[in-house]
Design a protein around this ligand. Structure first.
Ligand SMILES: *[C@@H]1O[C@H](CO)[C@@H](O)[C@H](O)[C@H]1NC(C)=O
Length: 179
């Protein structure tokens, strides 16, 4: 019985280790909490829950990388673009070949994304440009924004100062979303 429990436990740990999970486009941050524009992944999977595996390549807002380093050239198989960001990719270096722009969201499998009539984008990205786009969809503030302005008006000045400082530090490299 003990062995059975141990085996089940080990199996669970192994699967947890194998599983990857694509990050939420609205929560895309690097290890230091800096907002990202996009994250590119080395492997994809038939099952969405196991996609976005292998090594990762982080793109910050404004990152322009016309020619990927050798280890990443034609290696990207899945990607996530942050909210309010867009990622343009090219199939050949120096912004040549085919071009495609991804808006915010998860691409679990680039092999499902057509490139021309017969091709796809799996292992075919050679350069990218990632930009933060100001939302022009609706002038109505999001609930997060509304909460933020309520917070700032309701907070005493001394606290507000510290809060603002913190906010600016976090978003100093171009936020992809208003927090
Ligand atoms: C996080 O911050 C440390 C210290 O500033 C830096 O050395 C490191 O490269 C940063 N990591 C990322 C992923 O930006």
């Amino acid at each position: 019985m003990k062995w059975a429990i141990a085996a089940v436990f080990l199996l669970a740990v192994c699967f947890a280790g194998l599983n990857a999970q694509c990050p939420d486009p609205s929560l895309l941050k690097d290890a230091n909490g800096t907002k990202l524009c996009a994250r590119l992944f080395e492997t994809s999977h038939y099952y969405n829950e196991q996609s976005c595996g292998g090594r990762t390549l982080d793109a910050y807002p404004g990152d322009d990388s016309p020619t990927l380093p050798f280890v990443w050239n034609n290696r990207v198989s899945a990607l996530v673009v942050a909210r309010q960001c867009s990622l343009t990719v090219w199939s050949r270096g120096k912004k040549k070949g085919k071009r495609k722009t991804f808006s915010a969201g998860i691409q679990y499998r680039l092999k499902d994304v057509n490139q021309g009539l017969f091709g796809d984008w799996d292992n075919d990205i050679s350069g990218y440009f990632c930009e933060w786009r100001r939302s022009h969809a609706s002038p109505v503030p999001s609930p997060a924004m509304a909460a933020w302005s309520f917070h700032t008006t309701a907070t005493p000045f001394s606290t507000l100062h510290a809060t603002e400082q913190h906010t600016f530090d976090k978003s100093s490299s171009l936020p992809c979303s208003p927090t």
